[in-house]
Design a protein around this ligand. Structure first.
Ligand code: A3P
Length: 295
C-alpha cells in the first residue's frame, strides 16, 4: 500500500518540456484557445516571484485605494489564473470568460506556452521577476508546505531539480529570458521584486502609469502601506489562511514566509553558490538582464 507520504503528492506532466499540473495539461486545448481581449491586463510571473504581492498592488490601484473593495474576496479569486484547473470547479479560462471587461488576469506560463490570442490582441503584460536564488529558496519551502505539489526532497536535491527546470512551470532561466526578450516588442512593464522591496513607492507609481490610472499622493502612500509584507502577512485575504491544511500546510512553512531579498545566503553553501553562478553565467549569456542579489 502507498504510504500517506507517497500518496498525498501528485505528479507533474510535461507540455513542450515544461512540467505543469496534470489538470492543467488535461485542459490544455481550452487554455490554448483562450480568447484574450485587447483591454486585458495579464499579470505574469515565474512562481514564487511576488505574484500575490503584485496582485494586491494592482487590485488596490484598480480600486483607487479602497481596501474594502479589495476585501471583496481572497486574492486567488480576484484575477483569474488562466492555466488553473481543478474539475469539477470552473477552470481559470471559465472564470476569465465570465468576467466583465476590462479584465485583469494572471499566469505563470512562459512566453512560448501563452495562449496566442494575448499576443494577437497586443494585451498589456505586467511581468515581475525575482532573483533566481531567492526564488529557489522560496519555491523549496512552498513545495514542502504545498500538499498537492511533488515533495522537494532535501535542499541538495532541490538545488539540482530547480536548476534543471524540473519544477512546475519549468526553468526559471528560460522563463525570465523569454519574457525579458519580449519586452520591447509588446506592451510589457517589466518589474523586479527587489526594486519593489527597495522603493515600493517608485515601482507602484510605474504600475499606476502603466494601468493608465491617476491617483493622488495620499492614495499612493496608502497602497505602499497596505501592501507591505507585514500587512499582507496579517491580512486573511492575502495570506492564504483560508486554504485548507490538506492543500497548504502552513504549520510546515507559512505562505507569507519571509518576504526578503538575500535569504538565499542562509541556504546556499559556498560550493553551491559557485556552481550556481557558473550555470547562471552560461544559461543567461547574451541577455542584458541584471538582478540585485541583496539590498
Ligand atoms: P518568500 O518565500 O521568500 O517569503 P508568489 O506570490 O509568487 O507565490 O510569491 C511568494 C513570495 O512572495 C514569498 O516569498 C512571499 O513571502 C513573498 N511576498 C508576498 N507578499 C509580499 C510582500 N508584500 N512583500 C514582500 N514579499 C512578499
Amino acid at each position: 500500500a502507498l504510504t500517506p507520504e507517497l500518496s498525498k503528492k501528485t505528479h507533474l506532466k510535461e507540455v513542450a518540456g515544461i512540467p505543469l499540473q496534470v489538470a492543467t495539461v488535461d485542459n490544455w486545448r481550452q487554455i490554448q484557445s483562450f480568447e484574450a481581449k485587447p483591454d486585458d491586463l495579464l499579470i505574469c510571473t515565474y512562481p514564487k516571484s511576488g505574484t500575490t504581492w503584485i496582485q494586491e498592488i494592482v487590485d488596490m490601484i484598480e480600486q483607487n485605494g479602497d481596501m474594502e473593495k479589495c476585501r471583496r474576496t481572497i486574492i486567488q479569486h480576484r484575477h483569474p489564473f488562466i492555466e488553473w484547473a481543478r474539475p469539477p470547479q470552473p477552470s481559470g479560462v471559465d472564470k476569465a470568460n465570465a468576467m466583465p471587461a476590462p479584465r485583469i488576469l494572471r499566469t505563470h506560463l512562459p512566453t512560448h506556452l501563452l495562449p496566442p490570442s494575448f499576443w494577437e490582441n497586443n494585451c498589456k503584460f505586467l511581468y515581475v521577476a525575482r532573483n533566481a536564488k531567492d526564488c529557489m529558496v522560496s519555491y523549496y519551502h512552498f513545495q514542502r508546505m504545498n500538499q498537492v505539489l511533488p515533495d522537494p526532497g532535501t535542499w541538495e536535491e532541490y538545488f539540482e531539480t530547480f536548476i534543471n527546470g524540473k519544477v512546475g512551470w519549468g526553468s526559471w532561466f528560460e522563463h525570465v529570458k523569454g519574457w525579458w526578450e519580449m519586452r520591447d516588442r509588446y506592451q510589457i512593464l517589466f518589474l523586479f521584486y527587489e526594486d519593489i522591496k527597495r522603493d515600493p513607492k517608485h515601482e507602484i507609481q510605474k504600475v499606476i502609469k502603466f494601468m493608465g490610472k491617476n491617483l493622488d499622493e495620499m492614495v499612493l502612500d496608502k497602497i505602499v502601506q497596505e501592501t507591505s509584507f507585514e500587512k499582507m502577512k496579517e491580512n486573511p485575504m492575502t495570506n492564504r489562511s483560508t486554504v485548507p491544511k490538506s492543500i497548504l500546510d502552513q504549520s510546515i512553512s507559512p505562505f507569507m514566509r519571509k518576504g526578503t531579498v538575500g535569504d538565499w545566503k542562509n541556504y546556499f553553501t559556498v560550493a553551491q553558490n559557485e556552481k550556481f553562478d557558473e550555470i547562471y553565467r552560461r544559461k543567461m549569456e547574451g541577455t542584458s538582464i541584471n538582478f540585485c542579489m541583496e539590498l
